[in-house]
Design a protein around this ligand. Structure first.
Ligand code: SF4
Length: 64
């Protein structure tokens, strides 16, 4: 499982990081810092990954 972000869509709402900061890191300006390679979801964190993706109000995050 891999989390990725469309940085052109992210508006820095930060709800994703409230679910889990290690899965959804933010840059100093509050925008998603999920890198170009995405963030690999560790075993046992799948539910948080789905929740974090789903709380983004602008659907900037993707889970593959
Ligand atoms: S919740 Fe969505 S808009 Fe907000 S920081 Fe996360 S990816 Fe960006």
């Amino acid at each position: 499982m891999l989390i990725s972000v469309d940085r052109e869509v992210c508006q820095g709402h930060g709800q994703c990081a409230m679910v889990d900061e290690s899965l959804f890191p933010l840059d100093p300006a509050g925008y998603s810092a999920v890198g170009d390679d995405g963030v690999a979801v560790e075993p046992g964190k799948e539910e948080d990954a789905e929740l974090g993706v789903n709380v983004c109000p602008v659907q900037a995050l993707r889970l593959d």
